[in-house]
Design a protein around this ligand. Structure first.
Ligand code: SAM
Length: 334
């Protein structure tokens, strides 16, 4: 097995660096012997001593989640739990119903064996407050809430306890990215750790302005810019978009507004900041597209503009009868 040989006191730092660069081979165990550590790698890495030694393979025994829990829960309860899994990098976040709370440890341990991920957390609240972060309780594995999630070839580093991130929006991000053309000036008003900007700038030569009020989100976005090979540029700002936008010197060809509970309160600003024929990717929670389309039309009317609705989608279900909906509108002068 090809490994880099490193002094033991540098093992952890180099392990994290290689993992971030996607160079570490995760199928084998790191070995420490005498004063050296041996980190398995996928390909040759410049700047290190490369050696060939035998390492123990990490066993991948297939565990069936149902088998692990069949003495404790009904099949329906197990199935509901299984569909509540959110996997973010090597972390799994579970939603455990109140009536199963007394079995949370058994469930967490079973999820650890079943998923073979590093850490299992359970949701302790809904996403809340301005930063849309939820409370989490550590259940099993290693209590380390920082991870690197891979999405459409992009690496997204984040702390699940400090920032908002949903892997369930991956398809929506790809769809928006595919509609972007090279040369666009884009504003992501509520960028979080930057999944829209990173996925877009990885695939398109664009200029993106990315804003978030959560300092930690922008800290991770700045790291993510360094972790990915980007075709485009991303400039980041920490703060309230209402204030940050006062310093903008240009208008934008596209504005992404993924703050579905409150984005409508920023529509007037978005209509001010959009170029003629620019596109607003607007999101809200709703049981239909009607209210969102009405809000876009009203915001345009106030500025003597009009909107052509070019696409609508249900991004994901949020509760029975309610959806996270996407509405794409092209904004034109009257
Ligand atoms: C639902 S999250 C979406 C994050 C990201 N776009 C994504 O898809 O993962 C909304 C984000 O908006 C940020 N936010 C809330 N109010 C804001 C404001 N007034 N100005 C800038 N960012 C804001 C929150 O901190 C949060 O990261």
């Amino acid at each position: 097995m090809k490994c880099v040989k490193v002094p033991l006191n540098q093992l952890n730092d180099i392990r994290i660096k290689l993992m971030e660069e996607g160079l570490m081979n995760m199928d084998f165990r790191i070995k420490a012997e005498d004063d050296f550590g041996y980190i398995p790698i996928n390909e040759d890495v410049d700047g290190y001593e490369i050696v060939d030694i035998t390492l123990e393979a990490i066993k991948k025994v297939p565990h069936n989640f149902s088998e692990l829990l069949e003495d404790e829960l009904t099949l329906e309860e197990i199935e509901n739990l299984r569909t509540s899994f959110d996997t973010i990098g090597d972390i799994v976040i579970l939603e455990i119903p109140e009536d199963l709370e007394d079995k949370k440890q058994i469930i967490g341990d079973a999820a650890l064996k079943f998923t073979k991920r590093r850490s299992i957390y359970m949701k302790k609240s809904a996403v809340k407050g301005t930063t849309r972060v939820r409370d989490l309780e550590f259940l099993s594995g290693v209590d380390d809430s920082v991870t690197i999630h891979k999405e459409h070839g992009a690496r997204l580093k984040l702390d699940v306890r400090e920032v908002y991130f949903s892997p369930r929006l991956a398809t929506e991000r790809k769809r928006v990215m595919e509609s972007v053309e090279d040369g666009e000036k884009i504003l992501d008003m509520f960028c979080g750790i930057g999944p829209f900007p990173i996925v877009i700038a990885k695939n398109r030569n664009v200029n993106i302005t990315a804003v978030d009020i959560n300092e930690s989100a922008i800290k991770y976005l700045n790291e993510n810019i360094g972790l990915n090979k980007l075709k485009g540029n991303i400039e980041t700002f920490t703060g309230d978009i209402g204030k940050v936008s006062e310093g903008f010197k240009c208008k934008f060809d596209r504005i992404i507004m993924n703050l579905p509970g409150l984005a409508y309160t920023f529509l007037d600003l978005a209509v001010d900041l959009i170029e003629e024929e620019g596109i607003i990717n607007y999101y809200e929670f709703s049981d239909s597209y009607d209210s969102g389309i009405k809000r876009l039309k009203e915001a345009c009317l106030k500025k003597n503009k009009e909107v052509e609705i070019i696409n609508t989608r249900k991004v994901k279900s949020t509760s029975p009868g309610e959806w996270h909906v996407a509405i794409d509108g092209k904004i034109k002068n009257n």
